[in-house]
Design a protein. Structure first.
Length: 462
């Protein structure tokens, strides 16, 4: 029978040499007098004639928040760096370790680049650091971080805008003479090369992360890094694009603004006499649009930046205000029409009185305005006894004596020239303003011309 507890092909285990754990490796490293973690790694020829090349890459895992008002973007991911330190090389043949992995505080016991984020707002290290050393001295470092960087947004096409988040990295103490910072697999010096950002497929209710030509496939994307040299320092820009999903602003802002604009124009089909209904249709949409504009600006910067969404709201609000102005103009002319109609109705009612007054003016050989100017009546108060409070300067007297003719020609003759004889019609004379009692003068006017003080005042006002 076969003994299943023993592997038949098992080879005898050979004893390994060298450190068998990271602790032993660090102890061995510390015993080497020439290793100093404060010094940068030497070149491959064991000299410091050239700079140390550090490759950097950000593995993006999530976009946590985009603060449009402040222009801050918060991302979560792993910041990775690669470099080579010949002092850390060890013999892999017969070694107990294929690679040395350092974690936590042990990472600080070897040299690593002092990278910082130039546009940093805040940084949080979510987990520990991991550093992996290969037998040839190649080093790989990774740490999980949450970055909040300042990356202003261009909101000109909001809500159909596309943004770029930039994370700018550089060495804090090493110039290009001592260290060069490049993207992973990139070229030394200024330009776009390598892979600066790599990310898996990410989903968001607000943003989409299509990178265009930079996309690898549906499972994620890769974006090249860009190096710029300024004042003998390398600045590596890691950036990625993200575009807004406009459905929220379409459903909650754009469509309601257009609909309320239509509501404000419904007043054109409402009877102009229905002032309350038209006022409501004119004012309420403006108030709603103003509230909507305030809500939009709660999450947007209050600067002078032109935004398409803001222009849409302002345009619809302006058109609604024009509709409200049209309502005001219509109401104004309606009031004027009512006053004119009241005057016309009064004139039509006192047509006979006006004709008698014109006849009296003809007899006196004066104009109607001159006749009315002789009246210095006071304004008629608005009460039930307005006729009793009117003041009239006009009195009517009968001429004394018989009708007289000039040059023997009777005034009643058709051939008599106008003005060549004295009229026999009653005369209108002026008196001082008196407060009429509404009895004697009213009866006198009614008897002679059938005109009351109120009739004269009304004709003068008209």
């Amino acid at each position: 029978p076969v003994d299943e507890t023993v592997c038949p092909d098992a080879a005898p285990v050979q004893a390994c040499t060298g450190p068998s754990s990271p602790v032993e490796y660090l102890a061995q490293l510390a015993s080497v007098a020439q290793y100093d973690k404060s010094k940068r790694p030497s070149c491959g020829n064991s000299t410091f004639a050239g700079p140390t090349v550090v490759e950097v890459q950000l593995r993006l895992t999530q976009v946590n928040q985009v603060d449009q008002k402040l222009g801050h973007v918060t991302v979560n991911g792993y910041l990775r760096a690669w470099w080579k330190d010949p002092r850390l090389a060890f013999n892999a043949n017969g070694s107990c370790l294929e690679e040395v992995v350092l974690e936590g505080e042990d990472v600080s016991r070897v040299w690593h680049p002092d990278l910082y984020v130039d546009n940093l707002v805040s940084i949080t290290k979510e987990g520990g650091s991991l550093l992996e050393i290969s037998p040839d001295g190649s080093v790989w470092k990774s740490e999980q971080i949450t970055l909040r960087v300042k990356s202003p947004l261009n909101l000109g096409k909001l809500p159909y805008d596309r943004q770029r988040c930039k994370i700018i990295l550089a060495s804090y103490s090493q110039s290009i003479k001592r260290m060069r910072v490049i993207p992973r697999g990139g070229a030394i010096g200024e330009g776009i090369s390598g892979v600066g950002v790599v990310a898996p497929a990410m989903t968001s209710a607000v943003w989409s992360f299509e990178q265009g030509e930079g996309a690898v496939d549906d499972s994620g994307f890769e974006v090249a890094g860009k190096v710029e040299t300024e004042s003998s320092w390398d600045y590596l820009t890691l950036e990625f694009q993200y575009s807004r999903q406009p459905k929220y602003y379409q459903d909650q802002v754009i469509v309601p603004s257009v609909l309320f604009l239509f509501v404000s124009y419904i007043q054109f089909f409402v009877d102009p006499a229905a002032a309350p209904a038209r006022a409501m249709l004119a004012v309420v949409p403006i108030l709603i649009m103003r509230t909507m504009s305030n809500h939009v600006y709660q999450s947007l910067p209050e600067g002078s930046q032109r935004m398409w969404l803001s222009d849409v709201i302002s345009a619809t609000m302006f058109l609604s205000v024009l509709a409200a102005c049209q309502f005001g103009v219509v109401q104004y002319f309606q009031l004027r029409e009512k006053r004119d109609a009241a005057k016309l109705a009064g004139l039509q009612k006192d047509k006979q009185v006006a004709e008698k007054l014109c006849s009296a003016c003809k007899d006196e050989k004066i104009s109607l305005l001159d006749m009315l100017s002789r009246c210095a009546a006071t304004a008629v108060p608005d009460d039930k006894s307005a006729a009793h409070n009117a003041q009239v300067l006009l009195s009517i007297q009968e001429p004394k004596g018989e009708q007289q003719a000039t040059d023997g020609v009777a005034c009643s003759s058709p051939a008599t020239p106008l003005g060549s004889c004295r009229s026999t019609a009653p005369k209108l004379t002026l008196e001082e303003p008196v407060r009429s009692s509404g009895s004697h003068r009213q009866s006198e006017l009614s008897a002679k011309y059938n005109m009351s003080e109120v009739d004269l005042l009304f004709i003068k006002e008209a």
